[in-house]
Write a protein that binds this ligand. Structure first.
Ligand code: GAP
Length: 517
């Protein structure tokens, strides 16, 4: 895991049509990206896997597609107008702006890297008999590093929760944190900056006409709670799932699609009886981790991380972190949001947001357990997990390096590529096109006849296509094709009549979904 790998993934994503910088002809727009032909397929497959796992597999979860614009009072009630801030700091010499808490977190990451180095050294020294747990709890240097991390975290948490931003600046100065670009330590004071983008209604001037671009999709679910509950006659507990765009005025540097100004969220709010929320919180924590594991992601690349600072609405919160090339970072959040949102919307709108529970014979405001994951972050996690460089045998018996995206087959943008062995042979072309025309009704397929067959394999490997279907001269006689497996490189000969079934079964999203029940 490294900066080097991250650069390669970013470059690969652009070269192979997954992700482009937005409006690149004008030199791009910071932290905004466009998805190319393969990117949009991968993204749609991720969304489909999430949507089906929620709405199709759970009889008590229904979908919603709320508008991005909402009544401005929504954001007052949710707390975003008053509390959705980032602590920002400017470097006076470079004129660059940073999140003060991220500067401190990056400093902590450097201490963690020192711990990892000590562990790796000791592991090498002690070999088989190495006991990591014992080492990190007894080695003086490592224990001191952990104590330092704890001290820094506590100081930052206190400064943020008490609003004493001058102490956060003092911490940055004491730790001698320098501007990562210029190396300067000449900092301004830390101040709060609201992350919501605003725009103006055409027919109303001033604050009355101020609209926000939603910073989370969840509020569309909360304000529709009664509509959905009544129209679908769901009983508590039940959930509402939604996928949609969200917008945040993030101050970021070089994080690619990890942190964007315009991004997509997949959120599910599960409404439960007050008092049962911790039971459901545990349930959804496990379910969501299972969803990630079902993709075949190495279990060491995922971990839970309890929140140290709880958001204003939560009584428990945990992140699922993924080992991105730049370290373990939040991929998804699971939050027990109490009755905060429904209660606030009830209070501000004057409309009761209650559920009459026929079993208890009483009305209450339900509590909410939320699962929230960014589509773009999941996309980056999949690219990071799938990207591999490896030596493979060539047709001439030698070896050469290939870059391959070992994406889960069900998420791959193209499931199968149909390749005539050589181009400019009318019979082969006709046959291969007929195979493609058959296969395109089963899966997302591609026809490619440019370049030598070996180069075409490499191109498909680079976009993660699980199967290459080669139509050769024998195919003209035996009506069979050779199917090459992206990961094992093994080839099987199959009758064309069986091809659709074979590829469909091997790339079916249901194979992932079955692992969740
Ligand atoms: N409704 C709760 C909520 O929005 P969050 O932790 O702020 O919680 C949830 O966001 C998820 O949305 C994150 O775990 C992350 O995957 C994604 N996300 C948040 N901000 C993002 C950004 N600026 N760019 C890309 N993804 C983002």
């Amino acid at each position: 895991m490294s900066e080097e790998l991250f650069k390669k993934i970013v470059s690969h994503a652009k070269t192979y049509g997954f992700v482009y910088p937005s409006s690149e002809v004008y030199d791009g727009l910071s932290a905004v990206y466009d998805y190319g032909p393969y990117g949009v397929e991968l993204k749609n497959n991720i969304k489909s896997y999430w949507w089906k796992s929620m709405v199709q597999l759970h009889h008590d979860i229904v979908g919603l597609d709320a508008a991005i614009f909402m009544h401005p009072k929504t954001w007052k009630a949710s707390g975003h107008v008053d509390a959705f801030n980032d602590p920002l700091i400017d470097n006076k010499d470079s004129k660059k702006r940073y999140r003060a808490d991220v500067l401190v977190e990056d400093h902590i990451a450097k201490i963690e890297a020192k711990i990892d180095k000590e562990v790796a050294k000791a592991e090498k020294r002690f070999g088989e008999s190495f006991d990591k747990e014992q080492f990190i709890t007894t080695n003086t240097r490592v224990v001191e590093y952990y104590a330092e991390i704890k001290r820094i975290n506590e100081r930052m948490t206190n400064a943020l929760s008490s609003g004493q931003l001058e102490d956060l600046k003092a911490l940055i100065e004491e730790l001698e944190i320098a501007d990562p670009v210029s190396g300067s330590k000449n900092w301004t004071d830390v101040r709060q900056f609201n992350l919501m983008f605003s725009t103006q209604l055409g027919n109303i001037a001033g604050d009355e006409g101020k609209l926000y671009l939603r910073p989370e999709t969840a509020q569309g679910i909360f304000v529709n709670f009664l509509n959905v509950q009544k129209t679908t006659r769901q009983k508590i507990p039940f959930g509402i799932a939604q996928i949609g765009k969200a917008f945040r005025n993030e101050i970021v540097a070089r994080q690619f699609i990890f942190r964007m100004k315009e991004f997509e969220q997949m959120e599910m709010q599960y409404f439960v009886q007050p008092g049962s929320e911790m039971e459901w919180y545990r349930y959804w924590k496990n379910m969501r981790m299972k969803w990630h594991h079902a993709l075949g992601v190495d279990e060491n690349m995922l971990r839970f991380h309890d929140h140290e600072n709880l958001a204003h609405y939560a009584n428990a919160a945990v992140d699922i972190q993924f080992a991105f090339p730049f370290g373990f970072k939040e991929l998804e959040g699971i939050h027990s949001r109490t009755d905060f949102d429904l209660k606030s919307h009830s209070d501000l709108s004057g409309k009761k947001m209650q559920f009459f529970d026929p079993e208890l014979n009483e009305s209450y405001i339900p509590f909410v357990v939320e699962t929230s994951i960014g589509v773009d972050r999941m996309f980056l996690a999949m690219m990071s997990f799938a990207y591999q460089e490896e030596m493979v045998p060539d047709a001439d018996g030698k070896e050469s390096e290939r870059v391959v995206l070992k994406l889960p087959a069900a998420l791959a943008p193209v499931k199968a590529a149909v390749l005539p062995l050589v181009k400019n042979n009318e019979e082969l072309t006709l046959k291969a096109k007929a195979v493609f025309d058959q296969l395109k009704f089963a899966v997302q397929a591609q026809y490619d006849e440019k370049d030598a067959i070996g180069r075409r394999y490499r191109r498909q490997d680079a976009i993660g296509t699980p199967f290459c279907v080669t139509v050769d001269f024998e195919s003209l006689q035996d009506n069979a094709v050779t199917v090459r497996d992206r990961d094992t490189l093994q080839q099987v000969r199959l009758p064309i009549a069986e091809l659709n079934d074979y590829i469909t079964k091997k790339t079916d999203i249901n194979e992932l979904l079955k692992k969740l029940v």
